[in-house]
Design a binder for this molecule. Structure first.
Ligand SMILES: Cc1cc2nc3c(=O)[nH]c(=O)nc-3n(C[C@H](O)[C@H](O)[C@H](O)COP(=O)(O)O)c2cc1C
Length: 438
């Protein structure tokens, strides 16, 4: 299947991050086009495109937009640029190289929603990208694309770049809203959903960087034309971030429905010589792992779901046979334990106990029965919290225990043989803090 470039068209053109170059290649023409259409018609185009959210959950953007109530109350557009799912680095490239495409997308979405205020919530670690965005917003304001009565259309919309402080939970849309409002980023109870009651209690459209950056392209080519790209129920192109044990890691724009093997072995060059794929995460570290025999599946939302996993943010992490599954599981669990905001007990306690149990397995003080307890802890996390941060650990963890149970058991036996006296501190427990000699 060919790989058309929409988002990544001329992505490495020098100066593309400036208004001058962006406008010379047709930038903001799609905003101009949208502003000549009734807002409802813009919503319809986005609906017709079938585009599903690129941030993780895969909800249809046009449908979400249509949930926002009509009326003159304050409405908001919030761009989720937190990009905190491990393995995901596509939004960074878009913001760094073509920030005006995102700004244009936010303006089009804001016009469609009749929102007057918009925010880009960007993760604190993306200092360079935040500076680029701030400069681009200032340029767009000076040129009249942002502000009062944009291009004489009657639509007014302001925009701010807000830097987060680097917490995974602030990528979760309601944690993000709390953080943006100046509170500690904790998830909110849903409903109400942000479309009805979001930022400052007002109707709020929250979309990912890639989703919003695609909006101008959809308006340009028309929703129906965009929907011809990709696969059924997974229209369009998608940026995939491929990392882990591959020869050529990076971001690639693919047409959804491409064979997974062609992404991993073709675009990303496959695993290093002499090694085999052991398993792979198809949609970030939160997605249940798939096996080498799944490489011939097409890469789209429904196929990944049918295979028991998910497309998520489009981050493919490849693990080759030089790695132990217990090491990967422990690394992953430590991340989620660290990032759990602590608001819900199953997540707070479950991520902590999972790390402890994996450390026991590694230390040689566990028995195969502990694997059943480990699996049952994951079951007790899933579906029992305000947000899915806990599930994001439980889903891949469960899949690893299920698909690699024999290796876990073998690891337990070998570790027990190495630790006959049951020293709880053996294995990969946190290293002791070293105190430098005075
Ligand atoms: C723990 C957690 C972290 C998340 N992190 C991100 C993120 O970094 N970026 C993102 O776009 N969506 C993230 N999401 C998904 C958002 O909650 C939300 O679904 C998304 O911003 C909606 O945009 P979209 O429909 O365009 O995908 C996260 C969700 C959870 C539960």
């Amino acid at each position: 299947m060919s790989t058309p470039h929409l988002l990544f068209k001329d992505i490495d053109e020098p100066g593309l991050d400036t208004l001058d170059v962006y406008v010379k290649r047709g930038g903001y023409d799609n905003l101009k086009k949208a502003l000549t259409m009734p807002p409802e018609a813009v919503v319809e185009e986005l609906k017709a495109s079938g585009i599903r959210g690129r941030g993780g959950a895969g909800f249809q953007m046009g449908t979400k937009l249509s949930f926002l109530p009509k009326g003159t109350m304050d409405k908001y557009v919030v761009c989720n640029a937190d990009e905190s799912e491990p393995g995901t680095f596509k939004d960074r490239e878009l913001m760094q190289k073509i920030p005006h495409l995102l700004i244009e997308g936010i303006l089009i979405a804001g016009y469609a929603a009749q929102a007057t205020k918009s925010f880009i919530f960007i993760r604190g670690e993306y200092d360079q990208q935040a500076s680029i965005l701030e400069a681009a917003v200032a340029e767009a304001k000076a040129a009249g694309y942002i502000g009062e009565n944009i291009l004489g259309s009657g639509h007014s919309q302001d925009m701010w770049v807000h830097r987060g402080a680097g917490a995974y939970i602030c990528g979760e849309e309601t944690g993000l809203l709390d953080s943006l409002e100046g509170r500690r980023g904790n998830p909110r109870l849903k409903p109400p959903f942000p479309a009805n009651q979001g930022l400052y209690q007002g109707p709020t459209l929250i979309n990912n960087v890639e989703t919003l950056s695609t909006a101008p392209l959809i308006i340009g080519m028309g929703g129906a034309e965009y929907a011809k790209l990709g696969a059924e129920n997974s229209t369009g192109t998608k940026l995939v971030s491929v990392s882990g044990n591959v020869k050529n890691p990076g971001n690639f724009e693919i047409e959804l429905g491409m064979k997974s093997r062609d992404i991993i072995e073709g675009l990303a060059g496959g695993v290093p010589d002499g090694r085999q794929v052991k398993f792979w995460f198809p949609g970030g570290s939160s997605s249940p792992v798939l096996l080498p025999e799944d490489l011939d599946l097409t890469y789209d939302f429904d196929t990944m779901a049918k295979a028991g996993s998910m497309l998520g943010s489009g981050a493919i992490i490849v693990v080759d046979d030089s790695n132990k599954v217990v090491d990967v599981a422990l690394k992953l669990a430590k991340f989620y334990k660290h990032e759990s905001c602590g608001k819900c007990s199953p997540c707070r306690e479950g991520t902590n106990w999972t790390v402890k149990m994996l450390q026991r397995i590694d230390a040689g003080v566990a028995t195969p029965m502990d694997l059943d307890i480990l699996a049952s802890v994951q079951d007790q996390i899933m579906g029992n919290c305000l947000c899915v941060l806990g599930d994001a650990m439980a889903m891949p963890l469960s899949s690893m225990v299920k698909k690699f149970r024999e290796e876990f058991e073998e690891h337990i036996e070998l570790a027990r043989a190495r630790n006959p006296y049951g020293d709880e501190d053996a294995g990969q427990a946190e290293p002791p803090i070293e105190i430098a000699a005075a």
